[in-house]
Design a binder for this molecule. Structure first.
Ligand code: FES
Length: 87
């Protein structure tokens, strides 16, 4: 379904942009940038933001330890190592 008539962007295009980007786009402007366009009338911004949030799932609220998109996920879990050492 086309969600941005000015740039002819579909919901599929938005999901692909979110899933394919190394640096997760979290705003409609970042999605426009990923897709090589820019906002024209802006009527689609709210819809695109909803699709971004759906595509990111829990990451849309905040990335925490264990999230593959979080920088913290690349670091060792200090708390788990401490718990193992204490037991
Ligand atoms: S509908 Fe997307 S910028 Fe106009």
């Amino acid at each position: 379904m086309i969600v941005c008539s000015c740039n002819v962007i579909s919901d599929h295009d938005v999901r692909n942009a979110v899933n394919a980007a190394d640096d997760l786009p979290r705003s409609p402007k970042q999605v426009y940038d990923c897709l090589g366009c820019s906002a024209e009338c802006g009527r689609c911004a709210r819809t695109i933001k909803t699709i971004i949030d759906d595509a990111l799932g829990a990451c849309a609220k905040s990335c925490g330890a264990g999230c593959p998109h979080s920088a913290a996920a690349a670091e060792p879990d200090v708390h788990a190592e401490f718990a193992l050492a204490a037991s």
